[in-house]
Design a protein around this ligand. Structure first.
Ligand SMILES: NC(=O)c1ccc[n+]([C@@H]2O[C@H](COP(=O)([O-])OP(=O)(O)OC[C@H]3O[C@@H](n4cnc5c(N)ncnc54)[C@H](OP(=O)(O)O)[C@@H]3O)[C@@H](O)[C@H]2O)c1
Length: 208
């Protein structure tokens, strides 16, 4: 599949590499334009190209991978109707995300009881939204070899067909997608600060 990324940082570098290793192609975008991403995509290697946000949004599946404060700008001006959008963000309220318990608690309080994916769904009206890839730090999944640990990536969404495609995409990389149900249920479990966030789930660590 051809996968678009909005945002070109840690998540895109890591998950993009898993996708490329599995034989997918990726289209990477940021706010400053494709010319600024030449070194970034060269480092990712064949199969990765830099394009505009709008072009990234035309891919089979689009992954939103910007910091929370940039999400409104990142989604703006694109007709999301019918597009499959993976929300990989965590709703940190600070420009440099504070992932301490205090920082996470402040960020959750700022949502005033709303779910972050509910807010993304409003900003990307009509998108077939799936929340995933967001439940762990990327440095936990830096093994890109064929023998990588089969690490669990939580997934939730209200559009069953879109979610199934995302699950198949994640599984194709050797990581393992677990479906936590609709957004209202799953998001509350695996969003940052939820009981299933920040869990490093795979066989090797379980047996230590
Ligand atoms: N890092 C992790 O381990 C991790 C794990 C799980 C989830 N997450 C979540 O995933 C999201 C991304 O994290 P990250 O660590 O990859 O962030 P990052 O390294 O800071 O990268 C963010 C990217 O977003 C781009 N960006 C900013 N504004 C944009 C816009 N308007 N349109 C398009 N791109 C824009 C930035 O590039 P320009 O400024 O050049 O546009 C940058 O490439 C965050 O919400 C984070 O909470 C991160």
């Amino acid at each position: 599949m051809n996968i678009g990324f909005i945002g070109a940082g840690n998540v895109t570098r890591t998950f993009g590499r898993h996708l490329l290793t599995a034989g997918h192609t990726i289209v990477v975008s940021n706010s400053r334009g494709p010319a600024t991403l030449a070194d970034y995509v060269a480092d990712l290697g064949p199969g990765a190209v830099a394009r505009t946000r709008e072009q990234a949004a035309e891919c089979d599946i689009v992954i939103l991978a910007t910091n929370w404060l940039n999400v409104p700008e990142a989604l703006k001006g694109i007709d999301w109707r019918g597009r499959i959008l993976i929300d990989a963000t965590n709703a940190h309220i600070d420009p440099v995300p504070d992932i301490s318990l205090a920082g996470v608690t402040r960020s959750r309080a700022a949502l005033k009881g709303r779910r972050s994916s509910e807010m993304v769904a409003e900003m990307a009206a009509g998108a077939r939204l799936v929340k995933s890839i967001s439940n762990m730090p990327m440095h936990w999944i830096q093994d890109f070899s064929p023998n990588k640990p089969r690490t669990v990536i939580f997934t939730s969404g209200d559009d069953g067909e879109a979610k199934q495609l995302v699950i198949e995409l994640i599984n194709s990389t050797g990581l393992v997608a677990i479906d936590l149900g609709p957004l209202a249920m799953g998001d509350a479990m695996h969003d940052v600060g939820g009981p299933l966030s920040g869990l490093d789930l795979h066989l090797i660590h379980r047996l230590r």
